[in-house]
Design a protein around this ligand. Structure first.
Ligand SMILES: Nc1ncnc2c1ncn2[C@@H]1O[C@H](COP(=O)(O)OP(=O)(O)OP(=O)(O)O)[C@@H](O)[C@H]1O
Length: 220
């Protein structure tokens, strides 16, 4: 029994277009232990988003394996990957994880309808991110900072073992950034884990470990 809440071994991902082949991941292995926040940094094009998508089971690696909370997600049919994601994973993506025609509260309820087990009350989640008053708002009615916090509430609404986030603080002002970072850091308590992809020193500042990707590999 491993203590790792997220684990990947020897991940490879190739992209082909015509005769061109890009090796986006070249044998990436990493682990996130329970209670740990890990940040992944690296220059543009180094493979960070590809790695995040493979870890989330949103993309299928060409080689290697991924496990989430001890369950293998790689090399499984999409329906099974979706089931594991809905129970174990929260994903916060740079370009939003909200359904545009649903209110913030309805977005949370949508994720919760697919998840099993203990689920936090939507209004409690919104209270935590300081958006209780905006529960009925549509995503387009929110400011950038409110949208980031709503995205975090949605990512946490299935009470996930693992939170994966791509540039979670984007363009936020300093105060909102701190609120979001405090919530993410707190998320790694209770035996859960967080993996963040970022360019921001403020974000790497909350990490227990920082991993550098370079040209699809983990740099020494
Ligand atoms: N769908 C795709 N088809 C072809 N090549 C792709 C595709 N997605 C990514 N790539 C290539 O794979 C490599 C890794 O891209 P990726 O988006 O993972 O990097 P990144 O580190 O997240 O970059 P950034 O910091 O700019 O977001 C790049 O060379 C990119 O051009």
């Amino acid at each position: 029994m491993t203590d790792d809440v997220l684990w990947c071994h020897d991940l490879y991902r190739f992209y082909r277009s015509g005769d061109e082949e890009t090796l986006a991941l070249r044998g990436v292995s990493l682990r996130v232990a329970r209670g740990e926040v890990v940040a992944v940094v690296g220059p543009s094009g180094s493979g960070k988003s590809t790695l995040l998508a493979c870890l989330a089971g949103l993309d299928e690696p060409d080689g290697g394996a991924v496990t989430l909370g001890g369950e293998r997600v790689s090399h499984r049919p999409e329906a099974e990957r979706a089931r594991i994601r809905s129970r174990r994973l929260g994903v916060l993506l740079q370009y939003g994880n909200l359904v545009t025609h649903l209110s913030v509260r309805a977005n949370i309820q949508l994720v919760q309808a697919r998840a099993k087990g203990e689920r936090p009350a939507p209004d409690d989640l919104l209270e935590q991110v300081g958006l209780r008053e905006r529960a009925s708002a549509l995503p387009r009615e929110l400011s950038g900072g409110e949208l980031a916090r709503a995205g975090l509430a949605v990512a946490l609404s299935n009470d996930p073992d693992v939170l994966l986030a791509d540039e979670p603080t984007g363009e936020l002002d300093g105060r909102t950034e701190q609120v979001v970072l405090d919530l993410i850091r707190a998320r790694a308590g209770d035996g859960r884990g967080v993996l963040l992809v970022t360019h921001s020193p403020a974000v790497t500042g909350i990490a227990d470990r920082v991993i550098t990707l370079s040209d699809g590999r983990i740099a020494a």
